[in-house]
Design a binder for this molecule. Structure first.
Ligand code: PLP
Length: 397
């Protein structure tokens, strides 16, 4: 191990003083080496990438598609992404000026925040939320302002938003996650319209993270950009919808003038996305076959959701029924008499079952656990048997 004095002499950006590692990954790492552990911790599809998508990547490699592209991504991919957003959600984006291809949704979010944040700026984050939002805001010198929405069935209400806007200054943007990680809750068109009515009166940007848009179970997904396109930037991609997390292709879509500046930053950060990954994502966005792949995956997730809702409810857990993504955010029954961190570690110790403590998702998350059902029904059955044994044991003590 190399020892360096530099950490002690303040080599790092001061913004990092408040940044914490992802609670999901920290917990996952701590429990990963436990023998016989069954993990429902990580949010990534358990399906293989469909063969025709793999073939598209392989064809790009064979054709020696090995040079720099352009920072916004290949035209063919931007066209496919634009058609996809139009076909699925009725959005109308010019592929040349209003869409950027990013290295996963993650880099899109980072670059966007880097492009808009000044030192006093605040980002509104309805919580429980994906922890990355707050940390990326801090890395870029901004301040996250958490809005606890746990008392409102995990959706942000217009009244709550109005109240925050009236009390906070320097609000740059709000991040809406629809469908939500960690709760699986989705917004209806009505709810989005009501929020848009509040935001329209302001200069606030809506960052609409719709990475789970294709996984909406009970109603068609409604994009915030179909309601307030002039103040919205949509984040989407192929990671969740096409089981392509490792390919690292996402998209940002928004008004041309904003996208131009964001693309400038994006070019400095990544130069260009990877060509084989772009070829695969183009296939994912545009082929009819790929629409069927996603529908099939959605059906599997839905079966798993239904199974989990029934089992968890029987065991005394309460939850907002997840209507999208592949997470359930369940309230730990009072008679188990534990906070979420104690519960999660005790469950690992006694039954080798790992679920993520809810407090890591910000205000409103304490007392809950997040369960990822991106796992086979067999695994979920084993998990529920273990949870049942755990609950029986605790309840008979
Ligand atoms: N946004 C949300 C809400 C997520 O849950 C995730 C991954 O878990 C991401 C973005 C990251 O997506 P990507 O893998 O495309 O970077």
């Amino acid at each position: 191990m190399i020892k360096s004095k530099l950490e002690q002499v303040g080599i790092f950006n001061d913004n990092l003083n408040k940044v914490k590692p992802s609670p999901i990954h920290s917990f996952d790492e701590k429990v990963s080496d436990i023998p016989n552990i069954l993990k429902l911790t990580i949010g990534e599809p358990d399906f293989s990438v469909p063969q025709h998508i793999k073939d598209a990547a392989l064809a790009a490699i064979s054709a020696d598609d090995s040079h720099y592209s352009v920072s916004a991504g290949k035209k063919t991919l931007r066209q496919a992404a634009s058609d996809f957003l139009n076909d699925r959600y009725g959005l109308d984006y010019d592929p040349a000026e209003e869409i950027i291809t990013t290295v996963g949704a993650t880099e899109g979010l980072y670059t966007l925040l880097a492009a808009i944040l000044n030192p006093d700026d605040k980002i509104l984050i309805p919580t429980p939320a994906y922890p990355v939002y707050a940390e990326m805001t801090r890395i870029n010198g901004g301040h996250p302002v958490f809005i606890d929405v746990s008392e409102d069935k995990f959706v942000l209400t217009p009244d709550h938003l109005r109240e925050i806007i009236a009390t906070e200054d320097h609000i740059k943007a709000i991040i809406i996650t629809n469908p939500s990680n960690p709760t699986g809750v989705t917004y209806t068109a009505e709810q989005l319209k009501d929020l848009a009515d509040v935001v329209r009166e302001t200069n606030i940007l809506i960052i609409s993270d719709e990475i789970y848009s294709e996984l909406s179970y009970d109603a068609p997904h409604v994009s915030m950009a179909s309601i307030l396109p002039e103040q919205t930037i949509v984040i989407n991609g192929v990671s969740k919808s096409h089981a392509m997390t490792g390919y690292r292709i996402g998209i940002l879509a928004g008004p041309a003038a904003l996208m131009k500046k964001i693309n400038m930053v994006h070019g400095f950060v990544i130069m260009t996305p990877s060509n084989p990954a772009m070829a695969a994502a183009t296939e994912a966005f545009k082929s009819a076959e790929s629409k069927d792949d996603t529908l099939w995956m959605k059906e599997q997730y839905k079966k798993r959701r239904d199974y989990l809702v029934e089992k968890m409810t029987k065991l005394g857990f309460e939850m907002a029924t997840p209507s999208g993504a592949f997470y359930m955010f369940a309230k730990i029954p009072v008679d188990l008499n534990q906070n979420d961190v104690e519960f999660a570690y005790d469950l690992v110790d006694r039954q080798q079952l790992a679920v993520v403590p809810g407090s890591g998702f910000g205000p409103g998350g304490a007392g809950y656990v997040r369960i990822s059902y991106a796992a086979s029904l067999d695994m979920l059955e084993t998990a529920m048997n273990r949870l049942e044994s755990y609950c029986e044991e605790k309840r008979t003590v």
